[in-house]
Design a binder for this molecule. Structure first.
Ligand SMILES: [Fe+2]
Ligand SMILES: [Fe+2]
Length: 304
């Protein structure tokens, strides 16, 4: 018996080398397209089957192809197209990684960061532009891209080394990866969560830590940031209520609380100006929940 998994219509184009199947009325897998046969966009559009499948054993290879094509598209968008296209491709890459925390998808992310880094050096306005463009992607995807842009801005302002900037970038991009295990309704909700829902939401920290920790190609700080970005220096955070928080998690935790105040992909939420948002966070800095030095640096970096 074939071990099959469903693919999205948009992913068929990356499956040239591999067979694709549909399931017959008798519930039997039937070959829809043999290996080494490409399909053009019109044929894919006309495909009569609502669900198509690949062999489980081909999944990693297909995702590898998909991610490298998306990184190439991102590089092309950066050199030719506007910020909207860049953000769109970046959100697509992050969406793949967050929805499918597989080795292959995550392996492509350092390359994504490399592409961005090269560009930011040439165009300092680039990151600011990225955070102001509303791409209407799912909440966590766009939030992760924005936190990446803000974190990178902070790191450039602090004149960190290239390696450190890229490491912080990965910490930022993957801090909420654990949300892929949480019910979408809880993640996308704009209403106040019930106690039960909030308890579920909190587990994205420990789940994200496990996801990243199992991939040996990431620096330990990336997994630790996923675990500790909701911890607060006075011990009132979660999941453990610790006060001794890794520096990366302190920076990204602060930016993580700033980003939703200044950005919204929903029309009805009031969006604050950077100055107003920083005023709100200042109260928590006074209560010693956040690192004061990091806060002052973030203020200087954002308001100039
Ligand atoms: Fe989070
Ligand atoms: Fe977050």
């Amino acid at each position: 018996m074939l071990d099959l998994i469903e693919i999205k219509k948009s992913q068929i184009i990356f499956c040239k080398k591999f067979p694709i199947y549909y399931i017959s009325k008798e519930r039997e897998p039937v070959l829809y397209k043999p290996p080494e046969k490409g399909l053009d966009a019109a044929t894919i559009e006309k495909n009569p089957h609502s669900h198509l499948f690949i062999r489980k054993e081909d999944e990693d290879a297909i995702i590898g192809i998909l991610m490298s094509i998306m990184n190439a598209k991102l590089a092309k968008a950066i050199s030719e197209k506007g910020f909207y296209a860049i953000k769109k491709f970046l959100c697509q890459i992050v969406e793949e990684a967050l929805n499918r925390p597989l080795e292959t998808t995550l392996k492509a992310l350092p390359e994504t960061i490399d592409i961005l880094f090269d560009n930011v050096e040439k165009n300092p306005e680039f990151l600011k532009a990225l955070t102001t463009i509303n791409n209407n992607s799912p909440k966590v995807i766009e939030h992760s891209v924005n936190v990446l842009a803000l974190t990178t801005q902070y790191c450039f302002f602090k004149k960190y080394s290239e390696n450190d900037i890229k490491r912080f970038g990965l910490c930022a991009l993957l801090h909420d990866i654990g949300t892929s295990h949480i019910d979408k309704k809880i993640i996308e909700s704009d209403l106040k969560l019930s106690d039960n829902e909030f308890t579920q939401l909190k587990t994205h920290t420990t789940k994200g830590y496990k996801d990243i920790k199992s991939k040996s190609f990431f620096d330990d700080s990336v997994a630790l940031t996923a675990l500790e970005h909701h911890e607060l220096l006075d011990g009132s955070g979660y999941p453990k209520g610790i006060k001794d928080i890794s520096f990366e998690a302190q920076v990204i935790g602060l930016i993580d609380s700033y980003e939703p105040l200044t950005y919204s992909n929903k029309a009805f939420r009031k969006v604050l100006k950077p100055y107003e948002a920083l005023q709100i966070i200042k109260n928590d800095v006074k209560k010693e929940k956040y690192n004061k030095k990091v806060f002052v640096d973030l203020c200087s970096c954002l308001i100039n």
